[in-house]
Unconditional design. Structure first.
Lengths: 42, 216, 226
């Protein structure tokens, strides 16, 4: 069977994008919360 | 902080996982390199199950103790759980296209995972619709408990249903027999995903705790 | 009768009584079943063979759609008449209310299913007489599972603004095993296969029913607070 690298990269790429997006979303929320309350640490 | 360290550890493990998946694991004889998707697909589904186990833990914990920390755990585990489930489905589908010629097959794992996805998306939707913290936690806990209790039932029902309609295919994302380098690569990736899950749950729990503090 | 069973029975009796007087749920559901029959026929086209092959699935599709309507309304009466607090404040084990409501739902579905079965016999020229006992067993197990989850989720969504949207969204994924098991078992029974063939599915349905009932009984009191 041919190698279909494009599929492999598509799968890994999608996973990476999804996880990265979620992580950045979390980071954004954490930062905005830390900004609001100077006592809490990030 | 501990969460930060966990994050770095997870990142390191993920790098190792990708390295082994592409560098160390051999090219599979029958399917070719497309089989490498398995090193994403299998750890993802295992991690999703772990996440939903944590949702169950948090749900039971809240109903028994009424401590908000348990509810935060349930929420914090459900979100990445849904993401890992989505990754499982997407990677399974992408693997299926060149291998079976179609984007979707109603094979047992894909179907079970899709049902799991629907259950926990519903869980998150429900949470989003209730503003009152105590009712939200209680009601979500009940749905979470039923959802997790249902997992083995869904698994078996889909498996038997599948067996009715098509003979078991030899060609699956998992190779057989499992050679040592493949097993090692699977293990490394599974560990990496587990660390990533724990990191995401810890971070999400922290955010939820801060939000509760601000709200209360 | 123990106090617990008596409380459950009172809930069933009250609901049956109010239903017998108004007949609103039953009439609408029966009429809905008739409409479904037409929808199925139009969706599948005039060839009889297509309908016959799809029969077990159509049957359960009908039951589930009717169930969505029926179970979603489980606590409608209490909610609309400001009786929700009455449920919340009732003494003793709240799971008695769950069982009472569950029994009421099962009875309601039994009537709807009997009607739908009869309609299928008439409109599609089918004959279930030989397999009726086995078919009833499958129907009973499947309906029990649907009602167990439906009653619990009905209580959960009763207080929500978006209940019409959220109730199906929550219920349908949860009852996938019931759907798979019931359709497969019904198929086997209708084909005249001995019950042993469907035995595995029946055991799955029974196990699922047990799990759903246990979860329902154990968690209902948490749903009913406030």
């Amino acid at each position: 069977m041919p190698d279909n690298w494009s599929y492999v990269f598509a799968a890994y790429g999608l996973a990476a994008v999804g996880l990265l997006a979620y992580w950045r979303h979390l980071r954004g929320r954490a930062k905005s919360l830390a900004g609001r309350d100077p006592r809490s640490r990030a | 902080m501990a969460v930060r360290a966990l994050g770095w550890l997870a990142a390191l493990a993920l790098a190792a996982g990708v390295a082994t998946a592409f560098g160390y694991a051999p090219r599979e004889a029958v399917q070719g390199n497309v089989q490498r998707i398995m090193y994403l697909h299998v750890p993802a589904v295992l991690t999703a199950y772990l996440a939903f186990g944590l949702v169950f833990l948090g749900s039971v914990g809240y109903l028994l103790t009424r401590r908000p920390g348990w509810d935060r755990l349930a929420l914090a585990a459900a979100e990445p759980g849904v993401i890992f489930t989505g990754i499982t489905i997407a990677s399974g589908s992408i693997w299926g296209k060149p291998t079976w010629g179609t984007w979707w097959t109603w094979d047992a794992r894909l179907t079970s995972t899709a049902v799991l996805f629907l259950v926990y998306v519903g869980y998150l939707l429900l949470r989003g619709m209730i503003d009152e913290p105590d009712r939200r936690a209680r009601v979500a806990a009940v749905v979470g408990i039923l959802g997790t209790a249902n997992i083995p039932i869904v698994h078996f029902s889909v498996k038997w249903w599948r067996a009715l309609h098509q003979p078991a295919t030899i060609l699956g994302p998992e190779p057989s027999p499992i050679a040592a380098p493949i097993a090692v690569t699977l293990l490394v990736n599974w560990l990496a995903f587990t660390l990533l899950l724990l990191y995401l749950v810890a971070k999400r729990t922290e955010i939820a705790r801060l939000e509760d503090l601000h709200a209360g | 009768m123990s106090a617990y069973m008596r409380r459950a029975w009172i809930v069933v009796w009250k609901d049956m009584l109010s239903e017998r007087r108004s007949k609103e749920s039953l009439n609408a559901l029966v009429f809905f079943s008739i409409l479904l029959l037409f929808v199925f026929q139009f969706a599948l086209g005039p060839e009889r063979a297509r309908v016959e092959t799809a029969l077990p699935g159509l049957l359960w599709l009908g039951f589930i759609l009717a169930g969505l309507l029926a179970f979603g309304r489980t606590f409608l009466v209490e909610r609309e008449n400001d009786c929700w607090e009455g449920l919340v404040l009732s003494p003793g084990d709240k799971s008695a209310i769950y069982l009472g409501k569950l029994a009421g739902n099962v009875l309601l579905m039994a009537v709807v299913e009997a009607v739908l079965l009869l309609l299928f016999t008439v409109f599609f020229g089918l004959d279930f007489t030989g397999v009726l006992p086995a078919l009833c067993l499958v129907l009973a197990l499947g309906t029990l599972g649907l009602a167990a989850v439906g009653t619990l989720f009905g209580a959960i969504t009763a207080q929500l603004r978006a209940r019409e949207l959220l109730f199906p969204v929550l219920l349908l994924p949860a009852v996938v095993p019931i759907l798979l098991g019931s359709v497969s078992a019904t198929q086997s029974v209708i084909l005249g296969q001995p019950l042993a063939v469907a035995a595995a599915w029946l055991k799955l349905l029974a196990a699922a029913d047990l799990v759903y009932l246990v979860v329902g009984v154990l968690t209902f009191e948490f749903v009913l607070e406030g």
